[in-house]
Design a protein around this ligand. Structure first.
Ligand code: UD1
Ligand code: UDP
Length: 354
């Protein structure tokens, strides 16, 4: 079986690592990196530490407007698919790289599999929601991480080729958590004691690009009264500087560049709480049993809220402060993200489907 896997952004490297490892035991994988993320700390570091093979193609599309970025990817991916004639194309998550990959493949009538299918925030203001809906509609195999995702697809009339396999991010976390505990040095480097600090990430366009939302979030970080370690996404760094918030933030908060996955896992595992607007980080907080405060109005990961481990506070200063002080999380009721064997299940299904 010849599979073309398409990745491009940080979370996709983390998602593809365990499945790629499994695929390559018996099958041919051609790895395409669109180049959506290109900084060393947003891309190369993950290939190195997760042992992801060097991409066969790097399209080098870089940053641009949605249409231009997706369009450039589409043109180049189509050429690769015509040249390499795979049996299947694998796409992950909900970025512009996901949409370009699924669109190019489906138009060429190549079987397309979507890992992390069926997620919905029901918020079309999010570019990711458009990418999810479109990708799910053109995919032949839809690998859902949760039962909610299966039901979301059912409500849209998508039932063929749908499987709940669990979440590949749990596979990744299970494989790497012990390695992270042994290898990562971040707590020592930042002089942090376990469970005495909060980890923060912010990069959603609705927060990073908005002066109002970003300043409200930063104000809360500065007044938290607990040490905050903020790993800053390049998008957010750009706007923090543009809005004149950067220097004030750095006076009060430990601001650090994006971390590699192993350092990030260790930092999250030992945190008292996590403040985020990331999809992946919400799940990882839940998997690690760390209370998560989500700075969004909605989430695709509704199970984490229902279980009491996650709370939505938007970008509201008062709500963020209240959660920093009072939200203690809950006890996870079950394995909503599966058992950490999503990749095995996906490969079994792929082998029968092709
Ligand atoms: C993208 C995804 C988002 C995902 C996130 C993961 C889309 C529409 N968005 O958002 O779903 O959650 O990745 O992190 O696909 N930049 C750099 N260096 C880099 C990458 C980005 O400086 O290596 C800066 C550029 O200024 C760029 C901005 O970040 O314009 C945004 O990058 P982009 O890939 O368009 O979107 P993300 O916010 O990273
Ligand atoms: N992550 C990381 N280093 C960081 C911040 C996040 O390795 O400094 C990891 C995080 O552990 C998770 C993934 O990146 O596995 C989430 O990616 P991101 O928040 O960029 O995107 P999203 O999940 O929202 O699409």
């Amino acid at each position: 079986m010849r599979i073309v896997s398409i990745v491009g952004a940080r979370p996709q490297f983390i998602k593809c690592a365990p499945l790629s490892r499994l695929i390559r035991k018996k099958h041919e994988e051609i790895l395409v990196h669109t180049g959506q993320h290109y900084d060393i700390g947003m891309s190369d570091v993950f290939f190195e530490e997760l042992d992801i093979p060097k991409p066969d193609y790097n399209l080098g599309v870089g940053s641009d407007s949605h249409g231009a970025q997706t369009g450039k990817m589409l043109i180049e991916i189509e050429k690769i698919l015509l040249r390499d004639k795979p049996d299947l194309v694998l796409v992950y998550g909900d970025t512009n790289s996901t949409l370009a990959g699924s669109l190019a493949a489906s138009k060429l009538h190549i079987k397309t599999a979507h890992v992390e299918a069926g997620l919905r925030s029901f918020d079309r203001e999010m570019p990711e929601e458009i990418n999810r809906v479109l990708t799910d509609n053109v995919s032949d195999l839809l690998f859902c991480p949760t039962e909610t995702a299966v039901l979301n697809l059912k409500k849209e009339g998508i039932t063929k080729g749908v499987y709940n396999v669990g979440d590949v991010m749990l596979d990744s976390l299970k494989y790497n958590i012990k390695i992270a505990e042994q290898k990562a040095t971040i707590l020592k480097e930042l002089n942090l004691n376990s469970k005495e600090y909060i980890v923060a990430t912010v990069h959603r366009a609705s927060n990073a690009d908005s002066f109002e939302n970003l300043s409200s979030i930063i104000k809360a970080f500065c007044h938290a009264g607990v040490p905050i370690v903020f790993t800053v996404h390049p998008r957010t760094e750009k706007y923090l500087k543009q809005y004149g918030l950067w220097d004030k933030l750095r006076e009060k908060v430990k601001v650090i560049p994006p971390l590699g996955y192993l350092e990030m896992l260790k930092l999250m595992a030992h945190a008292k709480k996590i403040l985020t607007d990331s999809g992946g980080v919400q799940k990882e907080a839940y998997m690690l049993g760390v209370p998560c405060i989500t700075m969004r109005e909605n989430t695709e990961w509704v199970e984490t809220i229902e279980d009491g481990g996650n709370v939505l506070v938007g970008a509201d200063y008062e709500k963020i402060m209240d959660a920093i002080l009072n939200f203690e999380g809950g006890k996870a009721k079950g394995n909503v993200f599966g058992n950490g064997d999503a990749c095995v299940k996906i490969l079994e299904i792929l082998m029968t489907a092709i």
